[in-house]
Design a protein around this ligand. Structure first.
Ligand code: TXA
Ligand code: MG
Length: 317
């Protein structure tokens, strides 16, 4: 932990394990390190960062307004994979962190090393996922090491991430909760904490509400085809040709567990590993019926954004 906090003084960022994915962290009061997050990630400055805190009390020091509904959600889900968007306190949260927005996204990660780092430092850290912009998020320290070098980043190894996909992001306005990014915590998980008159809605991110909610994201090194109907060999071949892949090109299937929690945990590792096997493309199949199961929606969202094509119709013969 000492080494990690010292790394900041040497001008490095810290690869910080969290329960969702690894983050690339810098203290919120170090503008030169915050800037380095964007340059190392090759991330556009219009994409705001999530601030990670040790607890709700620390979060309250960063915002101008703390709705009572936030207290209920935080009590139920922090530490954990839930990010909340608040009106920011501009004295402590710079425009570098929020890309000029008047709001700030905050979460309290459920990982001992992350919590120790923030506690020892005494300052919250801003951290996006520790991958190059638009690419697959890392769920092990080796994933981070494959994209960043030791001269820029101190690698804090906290094992494999338990959740495996990024946190659920919610914004709160008076009586309405808006889901900006789906994750392990679903709309159904939130509902029991809402009072009568309060509603929760999913905002389809294709309409772009927040910077960073871009369509192509989480992309593996080779093209990914996302099948919502059974991928027969005929259909796979047909769709691969649409991507101008050669008729003889080979695809590797990302096999997912039937258990959504396990599927989320292994998704990004499988995407990375199978990208390295010399195949020309990847494909994955999640039947359309799974859209009705809230536990699968975060996973389906990531595959839609990571894929070149989503195939919803069987082959016409
Ligand atoms: O699980 C996670 O959330 C991981 C770990 C490291 O904590 N972090 C993560 O960060 O996924 P990142 O940078 O890959 O995604 C952050 C996204 C932004 O792209 C943006 O969509 C949203 O959070 N965001 C950040 N600040 C926001 C704001 N003020 N309003 C709306 N959305 C915001
Ligand atoms: Mg990311």
């Amino acid at each position: 932990m000492n080494k990690a906090t010292e790394a900041f003084d040497q001008g490095k960022l810290v690869a910080m394990p969290t329960e969702t994915v690894y983050g690339l962290a810098a203290p919120i009061d170090r503008p030169e390190l915050l800037k380095k997050i964007f340059t190392l990630k090759e991330r556009p400055f219009f994409d705001p960062l999530i601030v990670h805190v040790k607890d709700a009390d620390q979060a309250k020091t960063l915002v101008n307004n703390w709705p009572e509904l936030a207290s209920r959600l935080v009590k139920a889900f922090w530490p954990g994979p839930l990010t909340l968007v608040f009106e920011k306190n501009p004295k402590v949260i710079s425009d570098m962190i929020t890309s000029g927005l008047t709001t700030v996204a905050i979460r309290c990660p459920k990982h001992e090393l992350a919590l120790n780092l923030i506690t020892d430092l005494g300052v919250p850290v801003a951290a996006p996922s520790a991958n190059k912009f638009g690419k697959t998020s890392p769920t092990t320290i080796d994933h981070v090491k494959s994209e960043f070098s030791e001269k820029d980043v101190y690698f804090l190894d906290g094992g494999s991430c338990e959740v495996g996909i990024e946190s659920t992001i919610l914004s709160i306005e008076s009586n309405k909760v808006t889901v900006l990014r789906r994750g392990l915590i679903s709309e159904d998980d939130i509902k029991p904490y809402l009072k009568s008159g309060e509603v929760i809605e999913y905002h389809n991110s294709h309409e772009v509400i927040a910077p960073g909610q871009v369509k192509h994201h989480y992309m593996p090194k080779i093209p990914l085809l996302f099948f919502r109907v059974k991928p027969t060999s005929e259909l796979i071949k047909l769709e691969a040709q649409k991507l101008s892949l050669m008729p003889a090109s080979t695809g590797k299937k990302i096999d997912l567990s039937n258990d959504a929690k396990i599927a989320a945990r292994t998704l990004y590792s499988s995407m990375r590993d199978l990208s390295e096997t010399g195949s020309d493309f990847l494909y994955c199949y999640i039947p359309k019926e799974k859209d009705k199961d809230p536990n699968w929606l975060g996973i389906i969202d990531r595959l839609q954004k990571a894929s070149k094509i989503e195939v919803t119709e069987p082959a016409q013969s």
